[in-house]
Design a protein around this ligand. Sequence first.
Ligand SMILES: Nc1nc2c(ncn2[C@@H]2O[C@H](COP(=O)(O)OP(=O)(O)OP(=O)(O)O)[C@@H](O)[C@H]2O)c(=O)[nH]1
Ligand SMILES: [Mg+2]
Length: 281
Amino acid sequence: MTAIQWYPGHIAKAIGQLREQLQRVDVVIEVLDGRIPLASRHPELQQWIGEKPCLLALNKVDCIGAKDLRAWQDWFLQQGIPVYPTQGQSGEGVNHLRQAALELGKSVNERRKQRGMRPRAIRAVVVGFPNVGKSALLNRLLGRRVVESAARPGVTRQLRWVRLGGELDLLDSPGIIPPVLPDQQAAFLLAICDDIGEAAYRPERVAAYFLDQVRAVQPQAEGILQKRYGWSTGIPSGEMALQELAERQYQGDPERAGRQILNDYRKGLLGSLALQLPPDA
Ligand SMILES: Nc1nc2c(ncn2[C@@H]2O[C@H](COP(=O)(O)OP(=O)(O)OP(=O)(O)O)[C@@H](O)[C@H]2O)c(=O)[nH]1
Ligand SMILES: [Mg+2]
């Protein structure tokens, strides 16, 4: 069984540049995929950031249920981490995030004032795993479409400062991911959510994992899946369900069946389904 690993060259390069730029920023905005908040949190980022103020944007929250969102907000609060639910597409929650970033960066200008210097724009970097919606959020924070944002991982390839002469300067950065993914369950979740390149996995295996995961964390959604894919009740595993669907509708090709299911989920056609719940929920 081959493990899921994905570490394209542009990411290795981006990490070096990002760590350099981190010295120059006032505030770090880490963007998480709201469907899989823990699997999409970069394990080394906190260490790189050091004492810099950091806030979390829990993005794509339109893709999860209201109850699960509340549970995540409570959980992060318990950890003492400020978290801001956002929707990069509609812009929902972005004003709160902007205010929080400005508030966290405020001390910069207080210090400058004491030294008789003029205030400058607060510098914030938007970081996170690939395809979690960093560029979409950045465009929303700025109020216009400045950087490219599209539905596949690896769209942003270069770090780019966007200065509009206002109170906030923003640095867009390519999605980053650790060189190895030791937690393969998390790697499967990243694959389901299209947060790593599709060359790194077999869609049929990832789709089968998805079906098992939905059954484990969102059992109420099983009826929706059965209806949509014509399954009878009691198919014991995601793999068998996928095989059955492949034979019935895809000329025995589980890869095509798997792709269909993953696309349906990513487009929200299966409903709002978080795939990770807070550890104690
Ligand atoms: N449903 C939903 N989709 C979103 C949201 N925010 C962004 N997207 C979509 O997610 C996809 C990825 O968005 P990008 O802004 O390119 O993500 P990124 O993190 O910059 O990706 P890379 O540059 O590849 O690392 C796009 O199709 C966006 O429209 C959101 O809140 N909800
Ligand atoms: Mg981007």
